[in-house]
Design a protein. Structure first.
Length: 94
């Protein structure tokens, strides 16, 4: 083996997702209103109020989870889209 498990170089480009994320995201704390793994999405209510935030299953999977319990506390990176607020990253779940 070697320095990097037998490879000569390490390319991190595979670690980034191709989804374009706007630079104007914000960090939001809230709790899960509901999440349906079969449908592949759910909604989060921000602690500060405002419209519901769409949480897509792919965003949750990027965090390492396939589902999440209702009422779970979450911290999300959120962006505004044409259809409303959408989570682009799950930062923490408690």
């Amino acid at each position: 083996m070697g320095r990097l498990g037998g490879v000569e170089s390490f390319d991190t480009s595979w670690m980034t997702e191709t989804l374009e994320v706007a630079a104007d995201t914000s960090l939001v704390a809230g709790h899960v209103k509901w999440f349906d793994a079969a449908k592949g999405f759910g909604f989060v209510v921000a602690d500060e109020g405002g419209p519901d935030i769409l949480l897509h299953a792919n965003v949750l999977r990027n965090f390492g989870q396939g589902s999440i319990a209702d009422a779970s506390a979450v911290e999300l990176r959120v962006q505004r889209t044409e259809r409303g607020l959408q989570a682009v990253e799950v930062v923490s779940v408690t």
